[in-house]
Design a protein around this ligand. Structure first.
Ligand code: FNR
Length: 184
């Protein structure tokens, strides 16, 4: 049966390096997998008053939760903001986790690819995100780890990746993720 991977990108920037990497990886899954980029930029900041009926919940929340429910696993591709997860991605995680007891993340296998134009490859964001995924009960790919540093060395001006070593590395992440998904 075909499995669908939801891809969440932690950057809204038009020329985002994270989008480039997500797109490249989306082409690397086996034929019985499909991928879907799940939009997070239209989710207003979460406010718990939405749950008490004090405020009307934004319509985009339902759309987002349904799209996450519909996929079999989640690939997060994210930069690091101030050594942590960009707020837009953390907000999406919070939206998907509520109402309490109805989290759409529960049990979905996940993989995290973090990246940066700087050397450390967004290690801080990667591990802060991992901390949330533990609580959300998402079995998350541990090896190989994916901290992509110095991304401008392998992402071309036109937003493509042609570097053979980078492609091989991304493919190794996809293969290990597929293996993890098949075990769940
Ligand atoms: C950054 N950037 C950054 N980079 C990093 O390696 N560690 C960090 O803590 C931060 N902090 C940070 C905060 C804010 C508010 C911005 C806007 C940027 C730089 C960041 O990695 C760079 O802009 C990436 O290109 C963003 O990813 P996308 O948009 O290319 O996917």
């Amino acid at each position: 049966m075909t499995k669908t991977i939801g891809i969440l990108v932690g950057s809204l920037r038009k020329k985002s390096f994270s989008k480039v990497v997500g797109k490249e990886m989306s082409t690397m899954f086996p034929a019985d997998f499909t991928t879907k980029f799940i939009e997070i930029g239209d989710l207003p900041l979460f406010n718990q008053d939405f749950e008490d009926g004090d405020l009307q919940e934004p319509e985009s929340y339902q759309r987002f939760r349904q799209e996450v429910k519909n996929v079999d696993a989640i690939l997060f591709v994210t930069p690091e903001y101030n050594r942590s997860v960009p707020a837009v991605l953390k907000n999406a995680i919070d939206v998907g986790s509520r109402p309490y007891g109805k989290s759409v993340w529960n049990g979905k296998p996940a993989a995290i690819v973090s990246l940066s134009p700087g050397a450390p490859g967004a290690f801080g964001a990667n591990h802060h995100l991992r901390q949330s995924l533990v609580f959300l009960n998402m079995p998350t790919l541990q090896q190989p780890e994916a901290y992509l540093g110095n991304v401008t060395n392998f992402i071309n001006e036109d937003g493509t990746i042609t570097n053979r070593d980078t492609k091989n590395f991304l493919k190794s992440i996809v293969d290990a993720f597929v293996d993890l998904i098949q075990r769940y």
